[in-house]
Design a protein around this ligand. Structure first.
Ligand code: ATP
Length: 511
């Protein structure tokens, strides 16, 4: 399936089956703003719970906070967002479409990397078992050329952004003959900076009126509260503060469904450490976060690290965990070594001391920070897109099935009475009552059983339980497995074990 096609299918499936719907649709929708429908809310809640439990509940050295979206406007001066939270914008004069200059170059680089990989694959095929990949990569002329080219473009882009030399970024786009995907031309404007923060006003009267911003990240709510939280929870360094909440960015290009929205949710954790230990902790959190992703059981090859060349103004090291979305590998989560930049800046601008007092050494210092930051909506898209599968079945029919990791599936078990009579619905409802405090269940008595199975496949329900006449005799049910479509007869005790051992978030956490 073509990439664009597969995203389109996911978008329409999401809408049809109650995951994600366009916001304000009766007024033609709002660009890049989405609402979550019932199944979407359930899936989102499960991902959020998986993150929160593994980050906070299971770590005695991490505490939580829920800070307000509105923050004093000085926050964003100190953090550097007023000055530097810009994206480089470029327009194509023919299509009138707007792009992020860095994304245009990154996409170009990705194409070069794909070319390089193709060369390797071609050689692998040609030489079979005798193929030595390392030797090929380090000696093949074409591969070496491509590698040099990628490296030099990367360096030039990094230098251009570091020195705020937007002219050179523009030159680079022109030299590489990057074309607008819509008009197909290279008729570009100059590159300009565009601040991504949304402005609003606090208060109604003109004298008390204060201009403020909707927060573009949740992290600053952690930094401003750092000292109070550390003291009230009596935390000792190293320790972390975690927060889940909405963030807002007036993105230049907000396409690709919920991958890039203007209102989205972040799950962030700032880990406060002793200066000088940042390399160790940066490495630690990179590993930990990758482990968290992999324990969901989604295909490992969908993830990779991308270490940054272009560092944000606050970071001394940064890496993304990228995910293979339907439109290619893109950032899913960022791990940043943020130094003491934020705390120091707030200390300077507020005039308040924001330090850590080390009681053992009897000295104060400004902690360094390692941040892990993931978008909940992007995580949602990674789960949805990797689980979407269109299968042709042996009987010639086909089905769409979402192979969502069982523990975070929106509905865990569908309870289906074979007929709407003979006491079968009553038994089904007893099961619902018994299990619905443990896991989310759904009840469906409409249509033939095959169609009901398909409906559950389409929302990713791992198991269906069918109540039939045999249930009346021996209290057993048919258990139907989403992935294998296999069926077997089980009794209540076995059902209890399945719920307990396979279907809760705790099963993921205890692995
Ligand atoms: P990108 O380069 O894709 O714009 P970023 O580097 O600006 O992302 P961060 O500032 O590191 O992103 O934000 C942390 C996380 O928040 C990202 O890894 C991503 O998952 C999520 N995120 C950022 N911007 C958006 C957005 N507009 N919509 C949805 N999620 C977002």
């Amino acid at each position: 399936m073509e990439d664009g096609e597969s995203l389109k299918k996911i978008i329409s499936h999401s809408k049809e089956y109650g995951f994600v719907i366009p916001s304000s649709e009766i007024y033609e929708g709002l660009n890049a703003v989405y609402d979550y429908a019932h199944n979407g809310v359930l899936l989102k809640n499960n991902i959020r719970e998986y993150w929160w439990k593994s980050m906070v509940q299971m770590n005695q050295d991490i505490i939580g906070v829920d800070s307000a979206i509105f923050m004093h406007p000085k926050t964003w001066i100190a953090s550097g967002h007023v000055e530097a939270f810009n994206d480089p914008l470029i327009d194509n004069k023919d299509s009138k479409k707007r792009y992020r200059a860095d994304v245009l170059i990154e996409d170009y680089l990705e194409k070069q990397r794909n070319k390089l990989n193709k060369e390797v694959l071609k050689a692998k095929k040609k030489f079979g078992d005798k193929f030595d990949e390392n030797e090929f990569i380090t000696t093949n002329k074409r591969v070496l050329e491509l590698n040099d080219r990628i490296k030099s473009i990367n360096e030039r882009m990094a230098d251009g952004f570091k020195n705020n030399n937007l002219n050179d970024i523009e030159n680079l786009i022109n030299e590489l003959e990057i074309k607008c995907p819509v008009s197909g031309t290279s008729n570009w404007t100059e590159v300009r900076q565009f601040n991504l923060m949304f402005k609003t006003n606090l208060g109604a009267s003109s004298d008390s009126n204060m201009e403020l911003y909707l927060r573009p990240e949740t992290a600053q709510g952690i930094f401003l509260n750092y000292l109070t939280l550390q003291k009230t929870s009596r935390m000792k360094i190293p320790f972390g503060i975690a927060q889940i909440g909405k963030a807002f960015r007036n993105e230049i290009v907000a396409r690709q469904f919920i991958f890039r929205m203007r209102e989205f949710e972040q799950m962030e954790m700032q880990f406060f450490i002793k200066p000088g230990t940042q390399d160790k902790w940066y490495k630690h959190w990179k590993e930990k976060r990758m482990e968290w992703h992999l324990s969901l059981g989604i295909e490992k090859n969908n993830y990779r690290f991308h270490d940054h060349e272009k560092l944000a103004h606050y970071a001394d090291a940064a890496s993304d965990i990228e995910f293979k979305f339907p439109f290619g590998f893109k950032e899913l989560e960022g791990i940043h070594s943020r130094t003491d930049f934020d705390l120091k800046s707030h200390e300077k601008l507020s005039g308040k001391k924001i330090q850590y007092f080390d009681t053992e050494k009897n000295e104060s210092y400004t902690p360094f920070v390692i941040e892990t930051s993931i978008g909940l909506d992007r995580m949602f898209l990674s789960v949805l897109s990797s689980s979407y599968s269109n299968e042709n079945l042996e009987d010639g029919s086909s089905r769409v099935v979402l192979k969502i990791p069982k523990q975070i599936a929106p509905v865990k078990i569908a309870v289906l009475p074979l007929l709407k009579k003979d006491g079968l619905p009553e038994i089904a409802k007893e099961l619902l009552n018994e299990f619905s405090s443990e896991v989310n269940l759904s009840y469906d008595e409409k249509d033939a059983i095959g169609r009901r199975y398909r409906r559950q496949d389409a929302i990713g329900t791992p198991y269906c339980i069918t109540i039939d006449h045999k249930t009346l005799e021996d209290n057993t049910f048919t258990l139907r497995d989403r992935d294998s479509m296999g069926q077997k007869r089980i009794n209540k005790d076995e059902l209890i074990n399945i719920v307990k051992d396979e279907l809760t978030i705790n099963n993921l956490l205890n692995n």
